[in-house]
Design a protein around this ligand. Structure first.
Ligand code: TMP
Ligand code: ASP
Length: 240
């Protein structure tokens, strides 16, 4: 596999083409962004930490039967992934009310939900990722009815795998965001999990102390961001 030119420069990752059109190189940079790019910084060791964290989680999900785009780690900061045609929506599941849901409905952060709540957001920084419903997605053509069903089922399945994985490490999986797509060499096939699962895209609270161990440390200027990401990795047994 030979790495070729830059295809996409995101807020925290850069994607490169390879000599094989079916696979891409995902490079995790040290950049961190919050509030849709309004707050930016660099955090030492973030790239390698998230690359390895994501590899561990994707491995657990694949083993549990969730199809993912992850192929293998290439080096400290890079992973090989299947090239995907992504659906432009973000899938969020919440186990505990926090963040935008707490603000939107005036519910206290930390309120445990009697069952997980699923939400769709449109992926758009200029629009600040607005909440959308199934009809918006279907009628505006972002995804089909069956893709909507697949996204919900897979996002809930991820919850069933990851909630106990974090719970064993005395960490609450509060909420998380996933993105799905179709591999470019199988656009008619089943949906596949893309992007990443790292502490950048979820909320993780220490079960006993409620200490935040995710990107809210950066959003809310709490400090020790990567130290906490690495503590999570160590507690769940993700090799760093
Ligand atoms: P929210 O409370 O801001 O809606 O976010 C819910 C969860 O989804 C939280 O863990 C952060 C994650 N998320 C992202 O990583 N990126 C996004 O663009 C959105 C909307 C949420
Ligand atoms: N992921 C978005 C950003 O990078 C939103 C956020 O995390 O606050 O800006």
């Amino acid at each position: 596999m030979e790495k070729r030119q830059e295809l996409y420069h995101g807020k925290a990752k850069t994607v490169y083409t390879t000599d094989d059109p079916k696979v891409l190189v995902m490079h995790y940079r040290d950049d961190v962004s919050a509030f849709d790019g309004a707050k930016l910084a660099k955090l030492e060791r973030k790239g390698e930490t998230n690359n390895k964290f994501n590899a561990f989680i994707m491995g657990k999900l694949a083993a549990a039967g969730v199809p993912t785009h992850f192929v293998r780690l290439i080096n400290e900061r890079e992973s090989l992934v299947r090239a995907m045609k992504m659906i432009p929506v973000e899938c969020v599941v919440r186990n505990i009310c926090a963040g935008s849901m707490a603000k939107r409905y005036g519910i206290e952060e930390g309120t445990r939900l009697p069952e997980p709540i699923f939400e769709f957001f449109l992926k758009s920084d200029p629009l600040h990722d607005p909440l959308v419903n199934d009809d918006h997605i279907r009628v505006l053509g972002w995804a089909t009815v069956s893709e909507i069903g697949e996204m919900k089922a897979l996002t809930h399945k991820v919850n069933a795998v990851l909630t106990p994985l974090f719970a064993k490490a005395e960490i609450d999986l509060v909420d998380y965001k996933l993105e799905f797509g179709h591999p470019v060499d199988d656009v008619g096939g089943p949906l596949v999990l893309g992007d990443e699962f790292t502490p950048d895209g979820c909320r993780l609270w220490d079960h006993g102390t409620h200490d935040k161990m995710d990107k809210d440390r950066f959003r809310r200027d709490l400090g020790s961001v990567i130290e906490k990401y690495r503590e999570v990795a160590q507690r769940i047994g993700a090799p760093m």
